[in-house]
Design a protein around this ligand. Structure first.
Ligand SMILES: *Cc1c(COP(=O)(O)O)cnc(C)c1O
Length: 421
């Protein structure tokens, strides 16, 4: 492509003037214009769960398109949205009762924050502080950036971001510090909610913490009358080995955000689930208590039909067995790396594996990041390290042989790029 008017996301066009055109997607692959099959080892930014163009999901999209396009979601409803809401409540942690639709992970989190603040506002309680975790990522809108880790990504927007309270990341053995910090913020009586990614902080560098810590945070939140918002936008739909990450901590959050894998990754859709208590706090003949939020494409019927089909894939196919096989395959490969001095923090949760390449300067802008990307791209592998953090988050259809290829390339990359001995 000689010239393009497209401005791509997270792209420095001065350094990367050319994008590779993809002409088709299939299973674990992106197929480029030259016919190369590029192995999508990061599920196209974490959205594709079962594989690209899963037949059941694509045929549900086709069928829904024969009947619907977008339709207004106030005053009117439609079967795909109703069926999906029932289906989501049936598989989500017990106790969630209502489903609010939007169209991206960021909006799902914005909706959650507004629900939490609306809940206390309508109850006449002055609680408007949000507590988050160090290294958190919750999206790229002004509200979700406020909650996320500050850095080079949001320096320009900093003047508009609101203040939040941050918990130290619970490094293994130091979980008590995180709990103590949360307790002390809660003591102010002004904390509306703890917003947290269950079990693993994704964009913050695939940082994993114990399910028991999440359970303990929930206990503190309950004791203090603070809501817990689980941002399962990345962790949902099997990534951590269970359908939702919260299951491993045996907790029900007050609010749960889901998006990325909700449609199997085929179409944009998001849902924010909440308890009856939160819905009921907005229920009144006084119109001022209405939940004032909508996006134009709320509950797009075709996207909802794709998500209903995704639920049926989870019901009808051995998805859990695929998750276990993939987790096991990661585990086998990672043992090879755990004594390798070129890597640090070799780690895994469910279908996600990550290791830090031992280079002098880490962090997102680490010079090695773009060079690693190019290295993998030349080998027709889609792997995008977060700085020096190399991770794999493949779709569940990936075969053992395909995964071998990804790990072999990581090993080869370490040979090329290592700085320290
Ligand atoms: C990706 C992500 C988001 C934002 O989702 P978008 O659809 O990109 O807006 C929010 N939270 C987490 C944990 C994510 O990984």
């Amino acid at each position: 492509m000689t010239h393009s008017r497209v401005w791509h996301p997270f792209t420095q066009h001065a350094l990367e003037p050319r994008m590779k055109p993809i002409v088709e997607t299939a299973g674990a692959y992106l197929i480029d214009e030259d016919g190369n099959h590029v192995l999508d080892a990061i599920s196209s930014w974490w959205v594709i769960t079962h594989g690209h163009r899963h037949p059941a999901i694509m045929s549900a999209i086709g069928a829904a398109a024969g009947r619907y396009d977008q339709l207004i979601f106030a005053e009117y409803t439609h079967a795909p949205a109703e069926e999906l809401a029932e289906g989501l409540i049936a598989v989500a942690p017990r106790g969630l009762a209502h489903v609010f639709y939007s169209d991206s992970g960021s909006t799902a989190v914005e909706v959650a924050l507004k629900m939490a603040l609306g809940f206390f506002h309508n109850k006449g309680e002055r609680r408007n502080r949000i507590v988050v975790m160090e290294h958190a990522y919750h999206g790229d809108t002004i509200g979700t950036m406020s909650a996320g880790e500050r850095g080079v990504f949001n320096a320009a927007y900093e003047p508009l971001l609101f203040a939040v309270d941050r918990l130290p990341f619970p490094e293994a053995g130091r979980e008590q510090e995180t709990l103590d910090a949360f307790e002390s913020y809660c003591r102010s009586g002004e904390v509306a909610a703890l917003l947290i990614e269950p079990l693993v902080l994704g964009a913050g560098g695939m940082k994993i913490y114990a399910p028991s810590l999440l359970a303990s945070l929930k206990e503190v939140a309950e004791r203090c009358g603070t809501l817990l918002i689980a941002d399962e936008v990345m962790t949902g739909w099997g990534r951590t080995g269970t359908l939702f990450g919260c299951e491993q901590a045996a907790i029900t959050p007050d609010i749960l955000c889901t998006s990325k894998g909700l449609t199997g990754g085929a179409l944009p859709l998001a849902a924010t689930l909440c308890t009856a208590e939160i819905f009921d706090a907005h229920l009144s003949t006084d119109r001022r208590r209405t939940f004032f939020h909508s996006s134009s494409y709320t509950a797009n019927p075709i996207a909802c039909a794709a998500a209903v089909a995704n639920l049926s894939v989870w019901r009808d196919e051995p998805v859990q067995a695929r998750l276990e096989a993939l987790s096991e395959a990661h585990r086998a490969h990672l043992t090879r790396f755990s004594n390798d001095l070129r890597f640090r923090n070799v780690r895994q949760i469910g279908t996600i594996a990550a290791l830090d390449l031992d280079v002098e300067a880490g962090g997102y802008l680490a010079e090695v990041g773009p060079r690693l990307r190019a290295f993998f791209r030349e080998r027709h592998l889609l792997i995008r390290p977060l700085g020096n953090v190399v991770y794999l988050m493949p779709p569940y259809c990936i075969t053992a042989k395909e995964l071998d290829r990804a790990y072999e390339a990581i090993e080869e990359a370490a040979f090329h790029f290592r700085v320290s001995a």
